[in-house]
Every structure is written in C-alpha cells, then in structure tokens.
Design a protein around this ligand. Sequence first.
Ligand code: GLU
Length: 457
Amino acid sequence: MVILYYQAVMEVRVRIAPSPTGSPHIGTAGQALFDYVFAKKNNGKFILRIEDTDRERYVAEAEEQIYETLEWLGLDVDEGPNVGGDLGPYVQSQRLDIYKKYVLELLEKNQAYKDEGAVRFKTKKLGQTTWHDLVGNKDITFDNKTQDDFVILKSDGYPTYNFANVVDDHLMQISHVIRGNEFISSTPKHIMLYKAFGWAPPQFAHFPVLVGSDRSKLSKRHGAKSALEFRNEGYLKEAVLNFLALLGWSHPKGKEMFDMEELIRLFDFKEVNASSAYFDATKLDWLNGEYIRKTQNSKLKTQIYEYLQNLSGRALTEKDHPTEKEVEKLVPLVKERIKKLSDFIPLTDFFFAGVEYDMEVFNRLKIKDLRFKIEKVLEKMQKMEKPWEADIFESTFRKLAEDLQLSVTQIFQLIRVAVSGQLVTPPLFESIKILGEEKTVKRVGDAISFLKSGWLA
Ligand code: GLU
C-alpha cells in the first residue's frame, strides 16, 4: 500500500537537455524518443531544457533546430522554452541568478571554494558513490577518490554543465534522468552535488550510444547526419522513430515494425539494449521503403509534393516542377520502387524536365543499326490510333521486334531509353500514358536527332 501511494503522488517527469552546439544529432532524437515514450507510458511530463552555458560552443540556429527536430518527429514537449511551464525559464542562460544562489549556499556550507575567479566543488575523497541504473538493471559504483574538485561556476559567471544540470533537474522535479552513457562518468559528480544539497537524486537510465560500422561512437566520420538531414533526404518520421526505437530497445516479440502507440504500450527498461547499437543505414532504408508502401496513396502524394516543394533542395522552375495532380498520377507507379521520398526525383524527372540523352546509355542496349530501328519505332507510333491502348501497343511492338530481329525486352528498353533517356523508369506503358502520346512521339524524334548528331560528330 505504501508503495502504491508513493507511486500515485510521484509524477514521472523526464527531460531532454540538449546543448545548442550544432544541429541535433540523430542520437539526441533517439534520446528524446525514449524520454517521450517513458513519459507517455506513465502519464508523466516530457520537458525540454536548453543547456546553453557553454558560450564558446553556442550556435544560435541550433536552438531553432532542436524545436524543429522535435516538431518534425511529433515528440511534443509538455514544458519547455517554446511552450512555457511553471518551473521555467527552461533556458539555462536565463537562470544565472538561480545558480549563483546555489553556488553561494555551497560556499557557505564550506563545500565549495573559490579558485582564481572560478568556484570548485570540494569532493569527499573517501568512500564510494553508487547508483542503480535502469538500463541493464545494475549498480554502478565509482571510488570517490577518482573525482577531482570540479568547477561548478566558471570565471565568466556561467555555471558548468555538471552544476546547472543538477540544480535544474532538482528544481524542475525531474524523476528520471534518461540520457546517453557518455554521461556515466559525470553521474558520480552529480550524485555528490545532490548529497551536498541534501536533495534526493532522480533515477538514472544511461542508454548505450550509437556506434558506426567500426563500433566506435557514431560521429561525422561515419557519415553521421543530423536528425533534420534525414528529413531532408526524404525519410518518413514514422520510419525514423521506429528505427531509433530499435536501436535502443527490442520488441519483446522481436517485431521489427511497430508504431508509437505499440512502443508506448510495450516499453520497459527490461528490453533496453545494454550494449551499443550499430547504426545500420541499410536497415533504415528498408524500413523507410516499408513505411512508404504502407502509406495510403493520397497521403503519400501530399508527402511527396510537400517534400519536393520544401525540402528536396533543388531549384524548382515552373517547367520541371510537377503539379500536385501529376504527383498523384505518379504515386501508384513509384510506390513499390522508392525507399525515400527523394527517390521520386530521379525516377520521374524525365516527365517534367527535358531529357538529356547519353550515348553510353544507348550503347548499353547492344542493338545494331540502332537509328534505323528507332525510326521504325517512330513510324509505328505515328500510325497508331490515339489514345493508345495497352494491348495494341504491346502487340504492335512485339510484332516490330520480330520484324527487326530484336527480343521483346530489347524493343521495350529501346523505347524506354528514347522516351526517358534512362534504362530504369516506372512501368513503361503507364509512364507513356502520363507523358501523353504527343510528348512521347516528340521524345522518340528527339532521340533520333541526338543519334544523328552523334554520328556526325
Ligand atoms: N547538455 C547535455 C547534452 O548535451 C545533457 C546531458 C544530460 O541529459 O544530462 O547532452
């Protein structure tokens, strides 16, 4: 009964506390996901605090990108700089007076001392510091003599990470600190500070950091990207969230695909992976393709259209910019073939942009008397009654293949290259119908002109 009562009054409050030193790393997004999931699971609060006390590494846009990342992923915060809350302000540079007050308290208690303009915490060298970590369900112990007298207030008047982090986690009533295991070595310092103030420390859960293919901490060297770069490359937030969940946690039934609702329902620290997860980009691509195929066509159309407009980063001239209607027509053709929203562009560019023919691509067809044969294709197309019907189109060119001593594959590849300049496109006849008969005939004519000029050169 006592335990139940305790749980009933003890609200779960978790936070992410990113430092705005650059565009948020994909690992930070993963951390935010687990904080969010744990908060939702326990009807608790998910809080955002900006830890901007390192003024040398401060990057102004990074703060904006933190909000943008959380918004993109749908990890809505309950309290934070942009939404407010009773225990703010939630930006550390706006809390300097608060930290000074607590530094004074430690100075008065003789648990800190001044050192050339800075203030250091006086660590107790005897004994050990232990906490129970929820990841791996184990105790972690440090000998206190390994901890030096660390700085809590710098000479520039800003607190250090260690100090501000503890003061804020206490004042913001954080119940669980969920963060990457690169902070394990800081935790004994934090616990010493809690003790010095006479505060109860929160519970700790240190997740393994992500590693690259060589098993060292994932960094730019491995091609690590910021969370927003994944958005800009055309990954869906559902796939990214699912992927990030799998990096830190395993579904109790070993399932690979699950949504947020299922993750919240099933999440337990028991299944958090105790060892570092390898960032497998191929798996993310696979997952993203699966999510694309699960998306309804109308929704996918909107996603692709918005992606092209806002994020694809290419200059959209009026000429080569597909309209929403055109995207709608193309969605069923590409849905099975794309892994990312950005894959839509190379696959469908030939519809909107002009075709740039390349002799190399024609050579790959390995067809003798190529120009003569394309001219025959053009003749047939010009004679065929419009609108072209799939079965007539098919039988006409099967017959022509026979007459020209080409295989069926060869003739349709030849038409494909003439129409698109590419060896790979969405299904040919459907593509032609979207392009329209007239444009198709014109393209075949263009291909012939290209081949003529090639021969003249
Ligand atoms: N400011 C730290 C960071 O950038 C926060 C670490 C923590 O969660 O305590 O990740």
